[in-house]
Structure formats: structure tokens, C-alpha cells
Design a protein. Sequence first.
Length: 112
Amino acid sequence: MSGLPEVSAAEAIELAKNGTWVLDVREQDEWDRGHSPLGHLLPMSALAERLPEVPTGQRVLVICHAGSRSLRVARSLHDAGYDAVNVVGGMLAWAAAGGELVSEGPDEPRIG
């Protein structure tokens, strides 16, 4: 996508297992239903004021539900000098690729 790095969900899972920072830009309710235990929630709606929480000097995998919000955030971060990479297909693809999911609460984790 015109210079914006992207990875598949399977690649993202391996990168995350090896310590790459995972930025989940979904909203709190989506996160609560199901997310990667390796993820860090910074909703797209709050990213501007929480930008200092995003690490600099290292790769950041940006993920959302299906990939459109993460694409916008990854592009914005990349343009601002971050090593931001979009996860194609988002958490839907992550779950389909066998990525671990946890939930916040008693229900089984789910995406959607």
C-alpha cells in the first residue's frame, strides 16, 4: 500500500510472540470481548491524547477488528516516523490464524 508495511495475521502472531509490540486500536467493548494477551489497548478514538504510550524506536503491529481502522492508524503513525505495520484482516484474521485470545470477564473470548 504505497510504502506502508503490512503483515498477515500469521506473521503478526509470530512477531508478537517474539516481542513485537501489538497496538490494538479497537474500542474498550471490543477489547473486552476478545483480544490478544500480547496486545495493548489504545482505542483509535483516544490515540491522539495517548500517543506517548506508543513506543518509538521499535516495530509496532497495529490491529483492529477487520483491518480498516488499523490501516488508517498505521498510516498516520508511519507518516509520523513510527515503525508501524498494519495487520491485514485484523483480529478476525488473527483468530482465524489460531492466535491466542482472552476476554475480560466470564464469557469465552470472541471477535465480533
